[in-house]
Structure formats: C-alpha cells, structure tokens
Ligand binder design. Sequence first.
Ligand code: MD3
Ligand code: FE
Length: 207
Amino acid sequence: TEVAPGAVHLPDWLDAGLRRELLEACRSWARPPAGLRTVRTPGGGTMTSRQVCLGWHWYPYRYARTAVDGDGTPVKPFPAWLGELGRRAVTDALSAGAVTAAYDIALINFYGADARMGMHRDGDERSDAPVVSLSLGDTCVFRFGNAESRTKPYTDVELRSGDLFVFGGASRLAYHGVPRVYAGTAPPELGLSGRLNITLRVSGFPA
Ligand code: MD3
Ligand code: FE
C-alpha cells in the first residue's frame, strides 16, 4: 500500500526464517562493545527507545565511526547480507530502478511497553536513497506526517511484526514518529517481548 508518494507499506514481508535470523542478529549486535545504549539529546532529554548502530554510529544529530555517546569503541560493521536485504526491500516496494547506492547504516531501536518516538525528520544522512524499515515483535502506531511541520495532517498506520516500510522520494523528508506501542502483541513464537525496528540507510559519506 502506498501511504504517501514514495512511502510504501508491505505488511508481513519478512518470511519466518528471516524474522528469527534478524532477531538473533539484533541480540548479538546489542551486546557490548558498541552495544545497545540509551540516547541522550543535547537539550537534556532521554530517548525512550534504546538503540544500537551498525556501519555508522548515529548520535544527536550526527554520525561517527565510534560509539561516541556510548563506550567509545568502534561501531560494529554493516554486514553484506543486510545490504542485500535492503536492495530487495526497495525493489519489492518501489521498483528495481529505485535502488541507488549501497546501504551502509543500520539503526536498530528497541521499544519497551512505554517507549515512544517523537515526531522528527531523518536528515543526518547525505543521500536521498530510500530508508528501509523492518519491524519485529509488538505492534505499534506509526505516525506518518508531512514535510513541513510536526503537526497535522498525518496518517496513523499500525506496524506489525514482519512488516516492511520503505520511504523514498518525497516521503524521505517527512516528519514521522511512534506515538504508541501495544505491549504483549508480539507473536509468541518469536520470543521477543517489546518491539524492534531496524532501519537501513545510505550514508552518502566517503567510505
Ligand atoms: C520516514 N524509527 O529510526 S520506522 C528512526 O519505528 C525511526 O523505530 C521509527 O523513525 C521506528 O529514525 C519509525 C519508519 C521510518 C524510518 C525512517 C524514516 C520512517 C521514515 C525516514 C524518513 C521518512
Ligand atoms: Fe526516523
């Protein structure tokens, strides 16, 4: 379903094997060094999701090669198989022609029952390549807004375990957020309590 120009939601896109493999991989990436951390914003706020990065380390509002706001160690490498998954996601959601440069960043956010993400735009990458979003575990409300402001008009969409969402074109710079997670809605067979979101991005930075 095209929710807005360039924003395509493919529910249930991940097969069962990939869901298990991605969750297992996220568990290993979450371990130190450069593992899961709490992100603090310059204004003194604390993000309620916890995050781990691959390839490039995101911190408000820049990228680095080390976990500068974590334990300071080198960021874990971005694996080739994740890049292939990103390419296949863009081809399936948009078209073969929409695939541009190679994916080299993964930002993985873990949401407990009370976690949210405020309305924001992702503008720290130097590429307009589509962002690929993969969800596992609890269902959430994903709020997709407009490019001008954090406020209405926006569209609320439920993101469930296994869903793919791709944000290309005009949607790449739209405000978006996660106002709510529905605790206890994760499929029991996955063995995850909470929600995981994996975004794949193209940095546009020199390697
Ligand atoms: C629209 N994550 O990591 S995924 C983020 O569910 C982020 O954890 C949310 O916003 C989450 O920055 C939303 C959907 C998403 C991701 C990236 C986007 C939507 C986007 C980039 C541009 C436009
Ligand atoms: Fe975002």
